[in-house]
Design a binder for this molecule. Structure first.
Ligand SMILES: C[S@@+](CC[C@H](N)C(=O)[O-])C[C@H]1O[C@@H](n2cnc3c(N)ncnc32)[C@H](O)[C@@H]1O
Ligand code: SF4
Length: 445
């Protein structure tokens, strides 16, 4: 396949498939009543994962695309912690049994803005309703600029055993251009404080495609990151959506790498980490060979949920906080994203669910095919969908087969290794909500 064609596929707007259907396809037809019914059906014998969203930061980084808002006053943060606790209690009152929690993840924003005390208080309330497994993975996203030894000690005391650090890039010029000045010594100090507190399972988040980044600066950042030996690394392509994210208008677009440069950057990231002893996991992720994600990927056990790649195979994920998504065996629900409306709903004793989705049989099948493709880069339709008719989808894949992106033999769809990065395009062919765009993939060729 030509380079131009590779770039064409890489530039198509396709979802990241952390769920199927994607959150963009949820509808108001599924709301709080459905949420409460699904909660009531949870059984003690079925473990759950928990997610807590804290949408506040002290300042906004120019590039940030997350659901985050500035909070400077402590009262705002305290009020949010109170609302979270109230929401957890309201949901808890619907439970008829006490499920086991095997995974707990704090995301944001910057969840540590609640402070050690806030995190301990919220976690204690969760424990009233969920039985924390002794092997529970308790993870939190931290901004290295706000990590202190006292915070790390509090986190360790409450059981946090995995931390994701937002690193982005180590180059000083890039850091200035993205409004996030964070010298490498700050990241090294955060790692040392976490290790001192006994938290050694670390993930680093990086971004390529940022202003002023070049293949050379990125290679250097990746080498320095690999020297710090985090067990997992995620390196996402910068998503620039200034029409939706006002803070991104502070990015000087004339400094952004073009499509060719982005493509080269994504290649150099993979090459550098692999040369430094990391193994690729799905797309955009790398991990050390003894990490649970690599082991899961090698044994076909890798999963994908709203937090990305995981070895967590719980069918249920309960999300709390503004914009959080919950996943049940029967479908998804999502909380109100507007923080003020979310708070009002909880304080009026109404579950803050705004929309969702109830699966039918076809969704479940398609979801499984998409997840297998995203995690394993192959799917055997005879195994996961025997008897189902996917002739339309197979026809749509023909141009991608002709371009050498994917092979199809006896119902087995397999990505060609050098084009793993294009797996979302193949997955989108099975997305009933993206039928139109799937047709345009072939028309564009
Ligand atoms: C919630 S933030 C991480 C926690 C913490 N607030 C921090 O910044 O260190 C999650 C990660 O999403 C990634 N991210 C944010 N905005 C992005 C964008 N526009 N494009 C790609 N990745 C982005 C960054 O790598 C960031 O560290
Ligand atoms: S990258 Fe992290 S610290 Fe920066 S604005 Fe986004 S959530 Fe906040």
């Amino acid at each position: 396949m030509s380079r131009v064609m590779a770039r064409h596929y890489a530039s198509l707007a396709v979802p990241r498939y952390t769920s199927y259907p994607t959150a963009a396809d949820f509808s108001p037809q599924v709301g709080k009543d459905q949420y409460q019914t699904w909660l009531r059906r949870l059984r003690q014998s079925e473990p759950v994962s928990l997610y807590l969203h804290v949408p506040y930061c002290r300042d906004l980084c120019h590039y940030c695309g997350c659901h985050a808002k500035i909070a400077r006053r402590e009262t705002v943060i305290e009020a949010y912690a109170e609302t979270l606790i109230r929401e957890i209690r309201q949901a808890g009152s619907c439970l008829t049994e006490r499920p086991e929690a095997v995974h707990l993840h704090w995301g944001g924003g910057t969840p540590s803005i609640l402070g050690g005390n806030g995190i301990v208080r919220v976690t204690n309330v969760l424990q009233e309703y969920y039985d924390f497994s002794p092997v529970m993975e308790h993870a939190i996203e931290l901004d290295p600029r706000t990590v202190t030894q006292a915070l790390c000690d509090d986190l360790a005391r409450v059981g946090v055993n995995r931390v994701s650090l937002g690193v982005q890039d180590f180059n000083a010029d890039v850091q200035r251009a993205i409004g996030r000045v964070q010298p490498i010594i700050q990241v090294e100090a955060a790692v040392a404080a976490l290790e001192q507190a006994g938290i050694t399972r670390l993930n680093f988040d990086l971004i390529y495609g940022l202003p002023l980044q070049t293949v050379e600066t990125l290679r250097e950042t990746c080498e320095r990151v690999a020297e710090l030996r985090p067990s997992r690394i995620a390196c996402y392509g910068y998503a620039h959506l200034p029409a939706r994210r006002a803070n991104q208008r502070l990015i000087d677009t004339s400094l952004l790498p073009d499509a060719d440069a982005r493509y080269e950057q994504s290649q150099i990231v993979g090459e550098t980490f692999m040369a430094m002893g990391y193994e690729p996991v799905g797309i955009d992720h790398y991990a050390l060979p003894d990490d649970a994600l690599v082991i899961a990927a090698k044994s076909g056990q890798l999963r994908r949920n709203f937090q990305g790649y995981t070895n967590d195979d719980c069918p249920t994920l309960l999300g709390f906080g503004a914009s959080s998504i919950s996943q049940f065996k029967e479908g998804y629900t999502q909380n109100i994203a507007d923080i003020g409306q979310y708070k009002t709903s909880v304080h009026e004793e109404r579950a803050p669910v705004i929309r969702g989705y109830a699966f039918n049989d076809s969704d479940m099948l398609r979801g499984l095919i998409i997840e297998k493709l995203m995690c394993d880069f192959r799917v055997d339709l005879n195994e996961v969908a025997s008897g189902a008719n996917f002739s339309d989808e197979l026809a749509l894949l023909r141009p991608l087969v002709a371009d050498g992106i994917v092979t199809i033999h006896s119902g087995i769809i397999a990505m060609v290794p050098e084009h793993f990065a294009l797996v979302r395009v193949v997955a989108a062919v099975f997305d009933e909500f993206r039928r139109e765009s799937a047709h345009s993939f072939s028309m564009a060729i």
